[in-house]
Design a protein around this ligand. Structure first.
Ligand code: B16
Ligand code: MG
Length: 217
């Protein structure tokens, strides 16, 4: 019997990926590194620090810790300029209805995000009230593909991973769900999410009850 849904934030509920990309792109340019939207796929679901380290690796650059801290702060300041302009209209299509259906079905709901800005984004998009539990980058020490964020979510909800579904848009996130023993729904393009138990382009016009049936609960 299904007990819970655990949602990733960026790329599943809201489209902050475009803001991360713009802020990282600007930051990378400032240290003379250029990367493509394709390479950016690898930054999805990955922590701020690991994202910077990947970009530096692409550019063949190495910097002392102190300098990295400065660059991360700068990127986050640029990212927050976008976040501070967000409102409920930036929730991805179908998300609010989908969450309302989950609530009506009395499913337990958690957020499992790598972002340290998750609480602020949920507030700005008026999604906070849907979540029983929020596990984000301020609470975890291990990044996806490690399953820590989802395992902490299941524990806080008091549910078993095998009876829970993780919704994720990133390669690292789907791997984390599987390593944690969760069923997984990939949101986005199949080429990036091949290993998920079910792949949906988005949550628009999707029914929680149909997903549950499809996953054989
Ligand atoms: P922040 P998610 C992730 O969010 C993003 O996908 C990833 O691109 C970002 O680097 C990470 O959060 C950390 O975000 O800089 O806001 O702490 O997809 O796990 O919800
Ligand atoms: Mg994501």
């Amino acid at each position: 019997m299904i007990q819970a849904f655990i949602f990733d934030l960026d790329g599943v509920l809201v489209d902050t990926a475009k803001y991360h990309f713009r802020a990282w792109h600007r930051l990378a340019k400032s240290i003379d590194i250029h990367f493509t939207e394709e390479e950016n796929e690898q930054l999805k679901g990955v922590s701020r620090k690991e994202s910077l380290e990947k970009i530096m690796q692409w550019g063949g650059v190495s910097l002392p810790e102190k300098e990295k801290e400065k660059l991360m702060a700068l990127k986050n300041a640029w990212y927050l300029e976008f976040v501070n302009e967000m409102d409920a209209s930036e929730t991805l299509p179908g998300v609010r209805l989908f969450l309302e259906e989950c609530r009506a079905m009395q499913l337990k709901i958690a957020l499992g995000s790598a972002s340290k800005n998750a609480v602020q984004i949920l507030q700005r998009t008026e999604l906070s009230s849907f979540f029983d539990v929020v596990i984000d980058g301020t609470k975890t020490s291990k990044s996806k593909p490690h399953p820590q964020v989802f395992l902490m979510g299941a524990e806080a909800l008091d549910v078993q991973p095998a009876k829970s579904v993780v919704f994720e848009d990133s390669i690292a996130g789907i791997e984390a769900a599987q390593r944690g023993g969760f069923k997984s729904v990939g949101i986005g393009k199949a080429q990036n999410l091949g290993k998920a138990d079910l792949i949906l382009e988005s949550l628009q016009r999707k029914k929680a009850s149909e997903i549950i049936n499809h996953l054989n609960f």
